[in-house]
Each structure stands twice: as structure tokens, then as C-alpha cells.
Design a protein around this ligand. Structure first.
Ligand code: FHN
Length: 587
């Protein structure tokens, strides 16, 4: 069983109060995540050795006894912590909400907790509550304050999950931990700091459905407008969260939030200097919005309270882009198309489409599949320049084709926005359509699961990946549309979380137009995309096929041979093959 079901379930139907809060949160689109705690002191180093993995997991990785780890508190005196500057940074970045770790898995409360002395006021020489400062500044500067709270993992409390080196797992009583620590602390957070936008619960690894549901009810009772993140567990959140640093393929249904690091850690690590580029961050923000996801981007202040300079520089760069182009992000709806385009991403607002180009488009740019009449096209940054558009239909297939002359669209890296005004709300032709570059991309998210016998076990998760593919008679079916027939190279694209095993080695069979390609899933190449460091997309070349006529093309994928999952099962996935997509590229 997958241990984090919230990742794979559609979020709950929200109450009216949550719906209004959700609408505000959705319109914000961009938030600041802050991981700050005692782990900033060791900063990824223990007994002189660099500890791999994310910084805030150091206690767990090194199995540091509670009594030893707690000594960090005596050294916590962040002289440079400046709540006003942090909230200002969020504003400069264009981030409209802020989520800070009130208590992470190490169990240390970063606020004044009357119910538990293991906290920043009672246990440190600083004797100061940073959440009070942040609450005041958020109010003053118009940023929504939200708290991260680790409701399940707690390595400090004897009944919290996952400290097996100090405590006996068999003696743990989760209800007692919830009663003694979680509920009293949530009450404090929800009564002492004014309105709270959301509680970002995390990592529901051992908590039961009833416990998750009770925590949700508890939060809503105190602040009905406070949202609950999808990682409350069991699909009980107001919105869903993909895995860390994960970008799902295609458009999503429901509300989501992509959470991401700026380097490779959440909590400060002094040796992690692998910073993402500002263009990568801007494209990830655009891509998130195009899929109906907010983007929650993290900083990890150091033990003195300073935000690393590379983080500040990058957030400001995103902010500069947003200041000019924010109309195409804030308050937008996702793309009306279900697939990702090779040239960029689309967001929408009423009768407007925003085309975000990630590179300079060809002079005669072509968008296929838009049925709605276009009234005008202008660069978002130069609305006086009218671009000429023509709308026709492909003679052979009837696919609507919009051609835009982009001569008057100066491309400015990393993302240039073209604003299309439509005569009505956008309507698009169904199904995957061959792109002008000749590629037909078939996302698993756009496929119909089927079975030669009985009902398919295989399903498509809300994130658009296959799940539960254990049966060789299960299959995926697509009907795409080909405008330019010819010879194609067929590729299968699979994925995995970079620290977990890749499910290669199965044998895939692709059927189309009476042709069949059968091949073992091998690592032939990798796709270049923004999240490739975390979820590599692995290309298997299946062989070549011939498509002789324009029109609908039925494509069917089987897995003839499915290997048993490795014994060393990771926490999150059932390790059945994670198929992202089939692609047909002109040979
Ligand atoms: O274990 C945590 C991790 O430390 C960090 O807080 C991230 C942020 O999304 N959440 C968990 C792992 O998914």
C-alpha cells in the first residue's frame, strides 16, 4: 500500500468557508515556504561529517538521542532574524502567503508554546517568539500567515512516530501524542496569532484516517476559514500536494500546490550550493499555474536567522518577472488544454488566454485545437502592438488551427507572454493532436485504462501517472489526431523519484494501425525538464511505425511482462510501472 494516500487521492469537497479561503489561496498562486529550526545549527554536518539528505532530517539520519539533539536549543540565538525583512522578501518575490515550520519532525516548537516547554522561548537563550514578529509583519505587509505542523512524525515525543533509537515503537500510543502535544499546540497556533491561512500538515506515515479526520475537524472548529493541506493524510485536505519537487505531466483536476526547494534541502545546509536558476523557477511557477497548482518555494534561514544570499537573489528575480507579468499568473485558471506544449504553457482568465513562451516562437506560430474565435493577440508587455491571427481548419482532419504572426512579439527570456482575447470562454478539441513540429504526445493522463479481460486493475492517479499496473492484460488506450502522416519513432517515457528504484525492465508492447512494437523498458535517454533532478523522465525507444493517413489514430499500450517489485520497497509508491507518456516523433 502506498503510505501517503493524500498524494494520490482527490482532495475533499470543501465547506463554504473553506471554499472562499480556497479561492483566495488559489488566486495567490505563489507562496513562500520557510523551514527554520534547530537543525539550522548543525546545518548538515554531524561529528565533522557531511550528512547526506535534507538538512532537517539530520537527527533521524544520525539517530541522535533526544537529550543530545535538545542541546542545540541552548545555542539557538539568531541575532540576524528580521521578520520584517523576510515578509518584505516574500512581497518582493510576488509571494502572497507564507508557510513557516511551527514544529517540524524534530518536535521543537519554533513559537511560544505554553503546552510544551520544548520550544524556542522556553528552551533557548533567545527567549523570543519569531511567529509573533511574523504574524505582525504579515498583517502589516499584506501577506497571509500560515503554519507548517508535523502532525505525525515527532522524534522528540515518546509517542510520536519514527524515533526508534530512544523509544520503544511497541509502547507508542499515537492518541496520547495527539492529546498531549498536537491538539494543544494547534490550539495555540490557531488562537494566538490571528487568522491563519492554512496549516501545512506533512508526512502522514502512521496516522489513521480517523485521526487525520479528527485533526481536520479540530482546525476547522477553531478557524473555519483555515485550510488544511493535503498531507493531513487520507485525502482529507482542502487541496492536494504532489511529492516534493514534483511536477506532474498535463493539467490537473482540483486544487494542488507544488512545493519546491531552491537548492536541494529545505532546512539550511552549509554545503548545499546547487541553486536552481531564476529562469527555472519562473518556468516552474508558470507551469504550476497552467496546471491549477500553486507554487510554494522554500527558503532555509541559517542559525543566525539570515536568509542565504542566493535565495534572496533568486526570489527577487522571480519577483521582477512577476511584477511585469503577474496578470498572467495571479487569479488565473489553468490551461483549457489537458496536455503540455513543447513551446511553453497556457493560463486562462475568463475570455483571455495567456500563452507563455519559454523560447522564441517561430514567425508563423501555430496553435492547434482551439475552437473559440480569437478577437485579438497582443504581447502582454506591449498591448498596443496587435499581432495578426488567422483561424482555419486542417482540411483533412477538421482540427482548428490558429496561426499567429509573431513578428511584433519581442522575445524576452526566460518567459514571454502573449495575450489572446477570445470571443467566449475557451473551448478546445478533445484528445491529443499532433503538434506543428510533427510530434504526437500521448500523456498517460489523457489515456483510458482498459483490460482485455474483466476490469482493469490499472488506474491513472490524479497526478497523471499509471498506478497498479500488475496485470499484462491491462492496457492504455488513446485516440490522437495526426495531421501529417509519415514514419515515426515511438518512445515510452517512464519516471521515478530519484532516490527510489526506477521500474525499468518490464516489457512494453505498443499497438497502432496493425503494427506492434515490443521492447524491454531500457534507459535510452532522459528528457530535459525543470524537475529532472528529482523525477527523471526516462526515454525508451520502442522502434519505428508508419502512419499512412491523416485523421484519428488509435494507440494501445500493454506491458507484456511485469517484473515483481524489488524487495526493498520505498515508502511512497507501490512500485508498479510509472508511465508518463508515449511519444511519436517524426523519424
Ligand atoms: O519530511 C518532510 C521534509 O522534511 C520537508 O518538510 C518536506 C517539505 O515538503 N516535507 C516532508 C517530506 O515530503
Amino acid at each position: 500500500m502506498a503510505i501517503d494516500p493524500s498524494t494520490f487521492k482527490q482532495p475533499l469537497r470543501p465547506s463554504p468557508a473553506a471554499r472562499a479561503a480556497l479561492a483566495r489561496w488559489r488566486a495567490a498562486r505563489f507562496g513562500l515556504f520557510i523551514h527554520w529550526g534547530l537543525y539550522a545549527i548543525p546545518a548538515g554536518v554531524w561529528r565533522g561529517q557531511r550528512v547526506p539528505y535534507i538538512g532537517e532530517w539530520l537527527m533521524f539520519r544520525e539517530k541522535i538521542p533526544v537529550a543530545t539533539y535538545a542541546k542545540f536549543a541552548a545555542r539557538f540565538h539568531p541575532r540576524h532574524f528580521d521578520a520584517a525583512a523576510i515578509v518584505r522578501l516574500a512581497r518582493e518575490a510576488g509571494q502572497r502567503y507564507l508557510v513557516i515550520t511551527a514544529k517540524h519532525h524534530d518536535g521543537f516548537a519554533m513559537y511560544d508554546s505554553a503546552s510544551n516547554p520544548y520550544n524556542v522561548v522556553a528552551a533557548t537563550p533567545w527567549v523570543h517568539d519569531p511567529m509573533r514578529d511574523l504574524a505582525r509583519e504579515c498583517k502589516k505587509q499584506g501577506v497571509t500567515l500560515c503554519f507548517y505542523y508535523s502532525q505525525d512524525l515527532d522524534w522528540h515525543h515518546p509517542d510520536g512516530a519514527w524515533n526508534t533509537w530512544d523509544y520503544d515503537e511497541k509502547k507508542k500510543n499515537t492518541d496520547r501524542y495527539l492529546r498531549e502535544k498536537v491538539y494543544p499546540q494547534l490550539r495555540e497556533l490557531l488562537t494566538n496569532y490571528g487568522p491563519v491561512g492554512l496549516i501545512w500538515f506533512d508526512t502522514p506515515l502512521t496516522i489513521s484516517r480517523a485521526q487525520s479526520a479528527a485533526i481536520r475537524r479540530f482546525v476547522k472548529k477553531i478557524q473555519p476559514g483555515c485550510l488544511v493541506s493535503g498531507r493531513i493524510g487520507h485525502g482529507l485536505g482542502d487541496y492536494g500536494i504532489p511529492r516534493d519537487n514534483q511536477m506532474p505531466p498535463g493539467r490537473l483536476r482540483g486544487d494542488w500546490e507544488v512545493c519546491a526547494t531552491l537548492n536541494h534541502t529545505w532546512g539550511f545546509k552549509k554545503h548545499d550550493h546547487e541553486w536552481k536558476s531564476a529562469p527555472n523557477l519562473i518556468r516552474t511557477l508558470v507551469e504550476s499555474a497552467s496546471k491549477n497548482a500553486n507554487y510554494l518555494l522554500n527558503i532555509g534561514p541559517d542559525a543566525d536567522g539570515r536568509v542565504p544570499a542566493p535565495s534572496v537573489a533568486r526570489l527577487r528575480a522571480v519577483g521582477r518577472w512577476l511584477k511585469a507579468n503577474g496578470e498572467s499568473i495571479y487569479g488565473t485558471a489553468p490551461s483549457p488544454f489537458t496536455h503540455d506544449f513543447p513551446w511553453g504553457r497556457i493560463t486562462a482568465k475568463g475570455r483571455t488566454l495567456y500563452l507563455h513562451f519559454f523560447s522564441k516562437p517561430p514567425r508563423r506560430f501555430e496553435l492547434r485545437g482551439l475552437e473559440t474565435k480569437v478577437r485579438g493577440a497582443v504581447p502582454l508587455l506591449a498591448p498596443a502592438k496587435k499581432l495578426s491571427c488567422t483561424q482555419t481548419r486542417d482540411a483533412a482532419t477538421g482540427v482548428p488551427v490558429l496561426q499567429i504572426d509573431t513578428a511584433k512579439l519581442p522575445f524576452k527570456a526566460p518567459v514571454t507572454v502573449l495575450k489572446l482575447t477570445l470571443a467566449a470562454a475557451p473551448v478546445v478539441a478533445p484528445g491529443p493532436i499532433q503538434e506543428p513540429d510533427g510530434v504526437l504526445s500521448l500523456l498517460a493522463a489523457e489515456a483510458r485504462p482498459g483490460a482485455d479481460r474483466g476490469r482493469p486493475q490499472l488506474r491513472i492517479t490524479p497526478l497523471g501517472f499509471t498506478s497498479g499496473w500488475k496485470n499484462p492484460t491491462d492496457r492504455l488506450d488513446w485516440t490522437g489526431t495526426v495531421l501529417t502522416p509519415g514514419r515515426f519513432t515511438a518512445e515510452l517515457i517512464t519516471t521515478h523519484q530519484h532516490l527510489e528504484p526506477w521500474s525499468g525492465g518490464h516489457t512494453a508492447r505498443l499497438e497502432l494501425n496493425g503494427q506492434s512494437l515490443r521492447k524491454k523498458i531500457t534507459r535510452d535517454a532522459e528528457l530535459d525538464y525543470t524537475q529532472k533532478a528529482y523525477f527523471p523522465r526516462i526515454i525508451t525507444r520502442l522502434g519505428q511505425v508508419e502512419v499512412s493517413q491523416p485523421g484519428p489514430l488509435k494507440v494501445r499500450l500493454y506491458l507484456d511482462q511485469i517484473l515483481p517489485p524489488p524487495k526493498d520497497k520505498p515508502l511512497w509508491d507501490d512500485l508498479s510501472p510509472l508511465i508518463v507518456q508515449v511519444r511519436l516523433l517524426p523519424a
